[in-house]
Design a binder for this molecule. Structure first.
Ligand code: ZN
Ligand code: ZN
Length: 280
């Protein structure tokens, strides 16, 4: 990814990212406050009091966490997760609430959006479909790349097979919600020696450090980045990769008049929701 097209940005003094300042200048400008969270991994009750209010709350997946019980008791788990999601969203004040699943939301994938929507009342579930809110199109897609080392494999396929899904995303999306990041944008994870041994890392044989990243892995999708450049949504929200939270502006042209604000709002290890004022 060309770095001269990417800019890490900070919020204003109120902790808000303003999107499309040109639109803000217009006398008939409308504004929608969007709050983005992701990857709450069963800690939603702990985070709820710290989620700011707004017009739209978007959760971009991994509400739950993998465990074997959930693989064995699929239908019980499906109902339990819907109940927990509905209770969580019902406890929050936002007028519109959207949820897109992640790879840890194990038992939602056998059900259609319509079935899930019929069983909940406090949020809109998006699974490769969209909803219009205040004249803006929000599109949600839960797919991520499969990994042989991970059993948290809901909505996963080999990364090259996801491209056909991204190429079908419609052209007129204002806010794109995926669980997966686009390649090169807040998708970086360091691979540590012995990372699965939580207590004692083997020391690096060169520098003897016990917390020494062996390599860097980029989890994002090139096909999704290509789709982003084609669609040019105002905002793209995602999660999945923990620890790379924040907002990056992707510039689509040299004069900077076409941009997509991209956020990773994974709450795991860094519980900071991203708040946008979207002017249009
Ligand atoms: Zn996660
Ligand atoms: Zn994930």
């Amino acid at each position: 990814m060309e770095s001269n097209l990417l800019f890490d940005i900070k919020p204003n003094k109120h902790g808000v990212y303003e999107v499309d300042r040109d639109a803000k200048e217009r006398s008939d400008a409308r504004v929608l406050r969007i709050v983005h969270i992701s990857d709450t991994h069963n800690k939603h009750r702990e985070y709820a009091p710290h989620i700011p209010g707004g017009d739209v709350l978007v959760h971009s997946g991994d509400f739950s966490n993998f465990n074997f019980f959930r693989k064995w008791f699929k239908e019980i788990d499906y109902r339990y997760e819907l109940k927990a999601l509905d209770k969580f969203f019902g406890s929050l004040p936002h007028k519109h609430k959207i949820f897109v699943a992640g790879n840890h939301d194990l038992n939602l994938e056998k059900h259609t959006s319509q079935e899930i929507r019929n069983n909940v009342k406090n949020f809109t579930y998006l699974q490769d479909d969209w909803i219009e809110i205040e004249g803006l199109k929000f599109y949600g897609s839960p797919w991520t790349a499969s990994r042989s080392s991970s059993r948290a494999d809901a909505f996963t396929e080999p990364i090259e097979e996801l491209d056909s899904k991204w190429s079908k995303l419609p052209d007129d999306i204002d806010v794109l919600v995926t669980h997966m990041p686009p390649l090169g944008i807040r998708d970086k994870e360091y691979i540590y020696r012995g990372r699965f041994k939580t207590m004692s890392f083997d020391p690096c044989k060169f520098c003897e450090s016990r917390a020494h990243p062996l390599s860097v892995h980029y989890f994002g999708s090139k096909g999704l980045l290509d789709a982003l450049k084609r669609i040019r949504p105002k905002i793209h929200v995602f999660g999945h990769v923990h620890g790379t939270n924040g907002v990056t502006r992707l510039k689509h042209n040299q004069d900077g008049t076409a941009n997509t604000f991209c956020s990773n709002a994974s709450m795991e290890g860094h519980p900071t929701p991203v708040v946008y004022d979207l002017f249009y």
